[in-house]
Design a protein around this ligand. Structure first.
Ligand code: SAH
Length: 214
């Protein structure tokens, strides 16, 4: 396989973030160079975000690893992702939930939704459904979800997303404008939430009804 050595080296370098072996092996199985424009393929296995067009980026590998780790994904789970982008994060999550699981991923920019669909198909991810819409109010049709992963920064926690999370479920979300932090939010049996801060991050903005205005 192409870039196999570069990929293995990159994945090994992510261990310092305390990422589980499960997440690291899922990342080892997903060819990141399938998810970036041809012109950037030389940098596919450098731990950096890369441009994917329409002023958007594919997240850095360590950020995907950290988000997937915080999500504690398990086989068979149903996951909602807001911000498909290239489809790479969806592909890694797709490996973690396996064939019995499902990823619903929403992207507001049509060109990127099409790009992601093509990339996911090439990577053999048949349990991912990409939808073109404003995901800031979630996707009530398939709710509730075991996990929700937001990959664009929200001005505040969108309440609709908390409502669409199962009890015992986990949502990972970056929040803030020019200064952002990543949170893992757990929903308790009584519907209350526990919000834990991971640290400072930088994501593109979540744009939409419950996001920033365009
Ligand atoms: N997870 C992506 C990274 C995406 S960058 C990857 O692995 O490549 C964030 C994406 O969120 C961008 O593509 C942006 O267009 C999208 N986005 C921003 N606001 C959105 C919204 N309200 N609904 C759906 N997608 C949104």
């Amino acid at each position: 396989m192409e870039f196999e050595e570069e990929r293995a080296l990159l994945i090994r370098s992510l261990k310092k973030y305390g990422i589980s072996d499960k997440v690291l092996s899922a990342m080892e199985e997903v060819p990141r160079h399938f998810f970036i424009p041809q012109s950037e393929s030389g940098r596919a296995y450098v731990d950096t975000p890369l441009p994917i067009g329409n002023s958007q980026t594919i997240s850095a590998p360590h950020m995907v690893a950290i988000m997937c780790n915080l999500l504690e994904l398990e086989e068979g789970q149903h996951v909602l992702e807001i911000g498909t982008g290239s489809g790479y994060n969806a592909a890694v999550m797709s490996r973690l939930v396996g064939d019995s699981g499902r990823i619903y991923s929403i992207e507001r920019i049509e060109e990127l939704a099409i790009f992601a669909q093509k990339n996911l198909k090439r990577a053999g991810c048949s349990n991912v459904e990409v939808l073109r819409d404003d995901g800031s109010s979630g996707y009530p049709l398939k709710a509730p979800y075991d996990r929700i992963c937001v990959t664009a920064s929200a001005p505040e926690t969108p309440l609709a997303l908390i409502e669409q999370l199962k009890t015992g479920g986990i949502m990972v979300i970056p929040e803030g404008g020019s200064y952002q932090q990543l949170f893992a939010i757990k929903k308790n049996e009584d519907g209350s939430i526990v919000k834990k801060k991971w640290g400072d991050v930088f994501f593109v903005p979540l744009i939409g009804k419950y996001g920033f205005k365009n």
